[in-house]
Design a protein around this ligand. Structure first.
Ligand SMILES: *[C@@H]1O[C@H](CO)[C@@H](O)[C@H](O)[C@H]1NC(C)=O
Ligand SMILES: *[C@@H]1O[C@H](CO)[C@@H](O)[C@H](O)[C@H]1NC(C)=O
Ligand SMILES: *[C@@H]1O[C@H](CO)[C@@H](O)[C@H](O)[C@H]1NC(C)=O
Ligand SMILES: *[C@@H]1O[C@H](CO)[C@@H](O)[C@H](O)[C@H]1NC(C)=O
Length: 412
């Protein structure tokens, strides 16, 4: 009896969540067709960022999460070396992205951004050449304001054309574009200016909008950039990581090849979470089709870190050509089931246990888009094992602050 009440309560909660989701989507859609969005979407369609990049979520590394402002060209070169020597580049981690603090506080006499002499004496072009010689790509950072967030270098507001041309002349392949110290105009006005500048610079440069989710960039980012941050900065702890995951999930409908929701860069390997928590972090990012941008010191990684970020089966879910972002399909207490269709009529599922005790979690085929009477072969992506064929559901014991991830393939 108690169980029945419990299950009707769960159904009621699911129904309420689903209905409110529909309302959110509809409100979003109607606000787009009503107010100023008409004007913007027309404007943006004409300035479509047709650079052909990001057909799968980008993979690589960025300096911020581990090094903050303490970067120099030696660290960047050694990171490029390490991405190759650890085999990570072969798995797809090809972007080597310099974050804030790489430039002098003053522009040079031509008004161009100047690499910081004390830390990048050889300049960015030399670094790009080095990174390219290893088969990798170089990313750089600027800001849609007058200063970057560190206030240690200028932003690109008002200098978009000049800076885009500078980046292109250096051979830059990726731009992360932050949102500090602006003129208070709205992001959907400032970010497309850089879109146009990048297009005019005639070099395909992946454009990573870092607007922190302020004005729902998922609603307009698709015509402006290759990905858009949906959240404020991540921190290296369980609560911060999960809250980025939750905020990002709301916009799942808007992700597609060439335009991704970005819940911020990875913290795996930085020491603030347990191994199981980092596995949850990496799994959610992978199934959410988030950019997989490493944020640890890849010159000095533990075996556990390597085991997580080199999991080819999990990476394959992230890089699946369909590019459909996972949604939470069931929520009961601390247990969640995330699911996303994959190519080849397969489905990726992730069972997450956010609570303090282990639990048996059951994923019903009905809830994950597979006919209930189908026979399914399930592949466990962390145990690297294929389960005997299943009908109707998959039940798995999931430890505290842990997850299980599977690819399901119906065979009849
Ligand atoms: C860069 O620094 C070196 C010494 O560290 C100095 O000799 C050189 O003049 C500086 N160049 C510029 C452009 O400031
Ligand atoms: C390498 O990582 C270990 C463990 O995370 C740390 O104790 C050590 O200081 C690191 N070494 C360097 C050179 O950063
Ligand atoms: C599953 O059920 C549907 C109707 O409910 C039926 O048409 C189909 O043949 C069944 N498939 C299997 C594999 O039993
Ligand atoms: C899962 O499926 C098995 C086999 O079809 C069935 O015996 C079991 O009752 C199902 N469990 C749940 C929780 O639905």
């Amino acid at each position: 009896m108690e169980r029945r009440i419990h299950s009707s309560l769960v159904k009621l909660i699911c129904f309420v969540l689903f209905t409110s989701w529909l309302i959110v989507i509809n409100v979003a859609a109607s606000s787009r067709t009503n107010n100023k969005f008409n004007y913007y979407s027309e404007l943006l369609r004409r300035n479509l960022l047709a650079n052909g990049l990001g057909m799968t979520p980008p993979m690589g590394w960025n300096s911020w999460n581990h090094f903050n402002c303490k970067i120099d060209e030696k660290t960047i070169r050694e990171t490029a070396d390490a991405l190759v020597s650890t085999g990570l580049s072969k798995l797809g981690y090809i972007y080597v992205n310099i974050d804030d603090c790489w430039a002098e506080i003053a522009r040079n006499e031509k008004g161009e951004l100047a690499p910081k002499n004390s830390t990048f004496p050889s300049g960015i072009k030399a670094l790009a050449d080095y990174v390219h010689s290893k088969g990798l790509k170089l990313g750089i950072y600027s800001d849609a304001g007058y200063y970057t967030c560190s206030q240690k270098m200028p932003g690109s507001l008002g200098n978009e054309e000049r800076d885009a041309n500078t980046f292109a002349s250096w051979g830059v392949d990726y731009l992360k574009y932050d949102n500090c110290f602006s003129d208070d105009s709205r992001p959907m006005e400032r970010y497309p200016v850089m879109t146009r500048a990048l297009m005019n610079a005639r070099r395909p440069i992946y454009y990573s909008i870092c607007e922190w989710g302020d004005l729902h960039p998922a609603l307009w980012g698709g015509n402006v950039g290759n990905s858009w941050r949906t959240t404020f900065d991540i921190q290296d702890n369980w609560e911060s990581m999960l809250s980025r995951a939750d905020q990002n999930e709301v916009y799942a409908e808007y992700a597609r090849p060439g335009g991704w929701n970005d819940p911020d860069m990875l913290e795996v390997g930085n020491g603030g979470m347990t191994k199981d928590e980092y596995i949850v972090h990496f799994s959610i990012w992978a199934i959410s089709k988030a950019p997989l941008i490493l944020g640890c010191d890849v010159r000095n990684m533990s075996d556990d870190t390597l085991e997580i970020i080199r999991n080819k089966e999990v990476i394959a879910v992230n890089q699946d050509p369909l590019g459909i972002q996972a949604k939470k399909v069931r929520l009961f207490g601390d247990q969640e089931i995330w699911a996303a269709p994959l190519s080849g009529y397969r489905v990726a599922i992730l069972l997450v246990n956010r609570g303090p005790v282990r639990y048996a979690v059951t994923a019903q085929w009905d809830d994950i888009g597979i006919p209930q009477n189908s026979t399914v072969v399930a592949r466990d992506l962390w145990a690297h094992k294929t389960l005997p064929p299943l009908v109707g559901n998959l039940t798995s014991i999931v430890g505290s602050h842990s997850c299980k991830m599977y690819v399901l393939k119906p065979i009849s």
